[in-house]
Design a protein around this ligand. Sequence first.
Ligand SMILES: Nc1ncnc2c1ncn2[C@@H]1O[C@H](COP(=O)(O)OP(=O)(O)OP(=O)(O)O)[C@@H](O)[C@H]1O
Ligand SMILES: [Mg+2]
Length: 497
Amino acid sequence: MPQYLLKCEDVHKSFGITKALDGVDFCVERGKIHGLIGENGSGKSTLANIIGRIYAADKGKFTLRGETWTPKSPQEAFSDGVSIIVQETGTILSITVAENLFLGRYEEFSDGFIVNAGKMEKAADQILSSIGVTSIYGSQMTARLNMQQRKIVEIAKAVSNDPDLLIADETSNILSEEGREILFRLFDKQIKNNKSVVTITHNIEEAMELCDTLTILRDGKVTATLNKEEFDENRIKSLMIGREIKDSFYRTDNDEYGEEVVLRMVDATSLRDVTRVSLELHKGEILGIGGLAESGMHTLGKMLFGAERLACGKVECNGKTVDSPETAVALGIAYISKDRDVESLAASTNVSANIAITGTDVNVISKFIYSVKKEKKYVLDQIERLKIKVNSRFDKVSSLSGGNKQKVAFAKWFARDCQIYIMDCPTRGIDIGVKQEVYRMMYQLKQQGKSIVLIGEEMAELIGMSDRIIILKEGRISREFRRSEGVTEDKLIHSMF
Ligand SMILES: Nc1ncnc2c1ncn2[C@@H]1O[C@H](COP(=O)(O)OP(=O)(O)OP(=O)(O)O)[C@@H](O)[C@H]1O
Ligand SMILES: [Mg+2]
């Protein structure tokens, strides 16, 4: 008989007219890693957030350790041993790492009157080092950390209570190799102690390798729960999206690109982690940039867009220096950031405003008059093309699922018709069905003579889409590969270390 840690039965949840969960049964066994997968907007985060009691279910029965479980707040779920690492940013930037780690638990460090910050920071350092992190300190301001480091703080917080159930909502896709190792080590520890993990991911390979059981959600309903011996990649994919999907969805051609250089970086050094990099992007070229998370590749993307100060060197487009995002946009350069919540989207405004913002001058205004009709068509076209799941174009971006936010970040630039696209991890959090569409759009752009810089941590994506791949290592170019040489993942990885 399986030993269940948590049972969720007939769970329902609606947001306005959206039925996010519609009668979901979900049971987590002890000593098992249980994966939750499904398309963007299928209800994964909603279910995870209900278990972590960030949301209350409209209806549903919950049993934890064999007893009826009705926590009233996230803090109560946490003290009952249920921890969640949420999909979106879960830290507050304006406070210290220690304050984030112990949010809601400050009284543990108080003498009755004031909180002993030093004591709390020390305790934070201990938790961080217990999971193998020695480069982040309790006393640091959270705003100074990068996205991956902030995620690590959230992980530390989630395990600080030694939970019975650890829920990780698309955590691994934000982390570098090193961060992933930390996370997976914690998963292992849970299992060894006969505790449980629920993990949400769009990486099917990772899910198949890591998980003992997989539950597949589709439109708020469970389509299947499979045990390891039943895992089959194609079956899982079709259970997710309701249609067959071909194995390979990258481009298959070896088409050349033009000779004309459209964007040039000359001997550029950033104030952070990029040193003396020179590169050229050609007309109709997809140039892949790979490396470890700390290799400087994300900074390089910002430098190419004029969003990062250079200590020396320059970036040129059409003979003009790119020294600010404004110049970049005027020169027809688009930039899709990895950190969509902070850098790409205005989350508190609606989908329409986010999509229209970059294209207003070219697509919406005609003869100096703002055309509401044009804006509507232009926004609705993008929503349809990328299958952005909304009830109306006036939905707030903050109400969308993670992957649908990423699609808005994309649509915003695709709509504008730029000449150069700098994409930093463009398919992060996007489900396989839409990924295929994004890759198709990228190839289409290439065929139209546009150029793309594709920065990515997913080797298969870089190999599958790029004409050339440049690997960065410790801020410098370590190697360059051409599509025609038949690049392999092994070769790429070898050049990163
Ligand atoms: N706070 C909210 N307000 C309004 N609608 C919401 C809210 N949270 C989720 N939804 C809607 O509920 C549905 C399910 O969203 P959910 O975030 O659970 O999807 P998901 O499976 O996690 O997707 P993704 O892979 O993109 O993260 C979506 O249609 C989403 O727009
Ligand atoms: Mg989600």
